[in-house]
Design a protein around this ligand. Structure first.
Ligand code: ZN
Length: 107
């Protein structure tokens, strides 16, 4: 025989379950569903859209997580700056910038 507090807890959990999934009829047909788990459908759709956009625009190199913006000439691949064969992947140093500037004005 269950104690009264245990029975109350089980009833409360069951009521929460029914309410969360919208199975019980709260205020009309479908109200419980759209107030419960049905309201999360839009959030799952947004999450799916974000994942789809990321998968479309990330680097084509296997397991690279970066956003791809540089098409590789002569291939269908679009890769990130790090994996592009001709783009310098390192940022210039201050001395390189000064040297390039002087070289540009010297000519
Ligand atoms: Zn990459």
């Amino acid at each position: 025989m269950l104690r009264a507090s245990t029975r109350r807890c089980r009833v409360s959990v069951w009521h929460w379950f029914l309410n969360f999934f919208g199975i019980n009829n709260l205020a009309g047909y479908g109200y419980g569903f759209w107030s419960g788990i049905g309201s999360d459908i839009g959030e799952f759709a947004l999450l799916g859209a974000i994942i789809a956009i990321y998968r479309k625009h990330n680097c084509h190199v296997d397991k690279c997580w970066r956003i791809s913006r540089h098409p590789v000439e002569g291939t269908p691949w679009v890769v990130c700056r790090r994996h592009h064969p001709t783009i310098n992947t390192k940022a210039p140093t201050a001395q390189q910038v000064v040297d390039d500037h002087r070289r540009a004005h010297a000519t």
